[in-house]
Design a protein around this ligand. Structure first.
Ligand SMILES: Cc1ncc(COP(=O)(O)O)c(C=O)c1O
Length: 402
């Protein structure tokens, strides 16, 4: 039995059933099995942490069985066929073909983010973030004795925008050396436009600031929007950036811990690589590598069907919010499978809103306050679940509002 990737790559013609409700309790699932440990009561319907309640693509499952049957899980590294698979995916899906020498593997995007903060800034330095934002951006800065410097996203007619004057002012005032970009943006769901990215990029160039572009949600883009890889916008921006991506979010493989960094600038590549080496991390998770490669080679059919399903979930939720959940307001996501909604018109405190979700609606969502300033009065709901689960969650929410 050869365990190398099969060539030519067989076409996956599976018809996927995302309506299937798969029991996740009892699998050490962070989302389902850790309510008590995370300070929540038992019995809540969990729609919090960003993984999906769907099985990974069939070719990935087949490949993992094949690797498991081989039965030896020794030290493992990526060969050129992995690089080809990654480059092919980004080329086909995003019109961007990273060269093999730009690719650096990491056990996760958050790990890479922490390494970048350590490698590219000094203790006491500020790190620029756009608040509200995925909370490890703040956590990684604080845990490494850096200051999270926040520029506030501005909610204008239901859509978040960047205050570029404030962005630049914060950058200058705090002598920022590193900006943490989240695109698509978790939790507010924006897919930053080419113009917005170029403006941010120009400001970074002007003030000598490097960019860590967390693009882990890049494959979840709704019709009408387009993901722009930051490093693809301009060679000058490729030169100052690290682009972080992973098959974990796209194909629901987070537990297999495998992420890709694209770093064109050789000095930046070397600096980050040294920091990663200093951390003690070296070889890859064998199952993660096999799964990631197969997903990039054969996961397209699955993802295309999934995107249609997620759009259906979003349409359902939007309609439900309009008809049954007033005065809650859904912020239209342009990308991600995360729904950020505004509960401020209920007139509760942030804690009151959170208690409403937990005690009355019996839902485990992500409280907006954890995403930093601008998050109070909001909640984040993960809609990458079977429609039936989403319906149940929204019905609970409707009942809680009566
Ligand atoms: C924006 C963003 N970055 C990174 C991650 C996590 O990445 P990893 O599991 O590779 O550390 C998440 C997960 O929710 C995320 O939303």
């Amino acid at each position: 039995m050869s365990l190398s990737a099969q060539k030519p790559v067989p076409l996956d013609q599976t018809q996927y059933d995302f309506d299937e409700i798969i029991e996740r309790r009892g699998t050490n699932s962070l989302k389902f099995d850790f309510a008590l440990e995370r300070g929540q009561p038992e019995g809540l319907l969990p729609l919090w942490v960003a993984d999906m309640d769907f099985r990974a693509p069939k070719p990935v499952l087949d490949r993992l069985v094949e690797v498991a049957k081989h039965g030896i899980f020794g030290y493992t590294e990526a060969k050129s066929d992995y690089y080809e698979a990654v480059a092919g995916w980004f080329d086909r899906r995003h019109g961007y073909r990273p060269e093999p020498k730009w690719l650096k593997m990491a056990p996760g995007v958050v790990f890479a983010l922490a390494m970048a903060i350590r490698a590219l800034t000094e203790k006491g330095d500020g790190v620029l973030i756009q608040s509200p934002v995925y909370y490890p951006f703040t956590g990684c800065a604080l845990d490494n004795d850096r200051l999270p410097i926040r520029t506030q996203l501005v909610l204008n007619n239901g859509r978040y925008e960047i205050d570029f004057d404030d962005f630049e002012k914060k950058m200058v005032d705090h002598k920022i050396k590193l900006f943490l970009l989240c695109n698509p943006h978790n939790p507010v769901g924006r897919v930053w436009t080419r113009a917005e990215l170029l403006t941010m990029g120009q400001l970074c160039l002007k003030h000598g600031c490097l960019v860590f572009a967390d693009e882990i949600h890049a494959d979840f883009i709704f019709p009408g929007y387009r993901h722009e890889v930051f490093a693809a916008l301009d060679p000058a921006l490729a030169d100052i950036s690290i682009v972080a991506t992973a098959p974990s979010k796209t194909f629901n493989l987070a537990g297999l811990q495998n992420a890709n960094l694209f770093i064109k600038n050789p000095v930046l590549y070397k600096t980050l690589s040294q920091e990663i080496r200093r951390s003690g991390y070296s070889q890859l998770n064998a199952m993660g590598l096999a799964a990631g490669q197969t997903a990039y080679e054969q996961g397209e059919n699955w993802l295309d069907q999934l995107l249609v399903y997620l759009k259906g979930n979003l349409d359902y939720a939007r309609d439900f919010f309009q008809k049954r959940l007033s005065p809650l307001k859904l912020i239209e996501p342009e990308g991600t499978y995360l729904l950020w909604f505004d509960g401020r018109e209920l007139g509760l405190t942030a804690e009151g809103l959170n208690r409403l979700m937990i005690d009355k609606a019996q839902l485990w969502l992500d409280d907006g306050t954890i995403f930093g300033p601008g998050g109070a009065g909001f909640q984040r709901l993960n809609f990458a679940c079977p429609r039936q689960t989403l319906k149940e969650a929204l019905e609970r929410l409707a009942l809680a509002l009566t």
